[in-house]
Ligand binder design. Structure first.
Ligand SMILES: *Cc1c(COP(=O)(O)O)cnc(C)c1O
Length: 375
């Protein structure tokens, strides 16, 4: 069978031009690829912000009775009830997704039309750009400040022009800092009354050190339509099962977002696992504090070696490697270390490295120092 369509058949096919022109999402290299390239077996996979501690043992116990022959509850009723009481939010304001990335897609489908504007930051989380582009919307990005901070003045001014949608992650992937209460309040107030849907992606909420502003309260007080996104992929260690959720400002908005998802989006194993993970806050908190200690140690090691890193409230560090990040990432890969070289214009000297095991951090720092010395 040919894997190439005849030119006439190909020419007659009209695909959605917005989708056909999409940039690819950079999902990071697989362990298998790294083994092949490096010739090593012990790969440090530090490009996807996964949890090196795995997940709570209670999750694995809960999954033991899982029956894969049945369709799961399309409304995630039990999980939404558990989240509702955990967050003190009515369950009808919560929508669960096949990862929070599905919620980014659903929000984009629900809120956007061709030509409308979406505002985000640079460097950005890839899907905050790709999903809006798929709908035909335009994406405008506000660059970070030289000190790795949010440019609040530029963001507030841009928000005041009334974009259809604002996508911000706080703590900020790929950089690391979080908006403080005054900053978030200012941006929320700038969006008030302009018909803008304000989306705050809190994928790294649990790593915020307990001192993140209460976004739910701040956005509710500001009185604007909003969505807060959270996930079980990072601190809870369930990345492979795909489950995240959206908390909407009101039930009507939640219904429209739910209408834009696929019906059986969250599989049964993921629903069971998420409920068990949520119930074991002790495991999650212990893992977060281990990773925060390792993050501090790696940040200190990088600083001592003369590398500039952004302050981080996440499970990764954004490192100025002092040269082309793609070259650095290639050299690290040859040693069996996978990191994410940033390629957005203006940020090509930065690497994003996940906090892995203790040994992973030391191995990364050592290899980066040797790469710099050999340049
Ligand atoms: C990891 C990440 C997500 C996606 O998480 P899933 O729930 O696994 O889809 C969403 N937003 C940001 C900013 C992330 O870093």
């Amino acid at each position: 069978m040919s894997d190439v369509l005849e030119p006439t058949a190909r020419a007659a096919l009209r695909l959605n031009p917005h989708v056909a022109a999409l940039p690819a999402y950079n999902a990071g290299l697989s362990v298998e690829t790294a083994r092949r390239v490096s010739g090593r077996h012990d790969i440090a996979r530090l490009a996807s912000n996964e949890n090196p501690d795995g997940c709570s043992p209670r999750v694995l116990e809960a999954l033991a009775g899982y029956d894969p022959s049945r369709y799961a509850d399309p409304a995630c009723t039990a999980l939404r009830a558990a989240l509702g009481s955990f967050l003190d939010v009515a369950p009808d304001r919560i929508v669960c997704g096949n990862g929070s990335e599905e919620m980014i897609a659903a929000i984009s489908r629900a809120a956007l039309e061709p030509g409308r504007e979406v505002l985000t930051v640079a460097p950005s989380f890839g899907l905050h750009e790709i999903e809006p582009l798929a709908t035909g919307a335009r994406v405008r990005k506000i660059a970070m400040l030289p000190d790795f901070g949010f440019d609040l003045d530029a963001l507030a001014t841009a928000i005041e022009t009334g974009p259809a949608l604002v996508f911000l992650s706080s703590p900020w992937n790929p950089v690391g800092p979080a908006l403080n209460e005054a900053g978030l309040t200012r941006l929320a107030e700038a969006a008030c009354g302009r018909g803008t849907l304000f989306v705050l992606d809190e994928a790294y909420f649990e790593y915020g050190g307990g001192a993140l502003p209460d976004a739910l309260q701040i956005l509710s007080d500001a009185g604007l339509p909003f969505v807060i996104l959270r996930t079980f992929s990072k601190a809870y260690g369930l990345a492979g099962l795909r489950v995240g959720y959206a908390i909407a400002s009101d039930a009507a908005l939640a219904r429209t977002i739910a209408a834009a998802k696929t019906p059986f989006n969250v599989n049964g194993a993921a629903q069971i696992a998420a409920i068990a993970a949520l119930a074991d806050q002790d495991w999650m908190r212990a893992s977060v504090s281990r990773l925060e200690a390792r993050r501090a140690a790696l940040a200190q090691g990088l600083a001592a070696a003369g590398f500039r890193t952004a302050p981080s409230r996440t499970n990764f560090l954004f490192v100025d490697c002092g040269g082309d990040s793609a070259a650095a990432a290639e050299a690290l890969l040859a040693e069996g270390i996978i990191v994410k070289p940033w390629r957005e214009s203006g940020f090509e000297r930065s690497l994003r490295v996940t906090i892995g095991s203790q040994g992973d951090g030391e191995r990364f720092l050592d290899a980066l120092v040797r790469w710099r010395a050999a340049r």
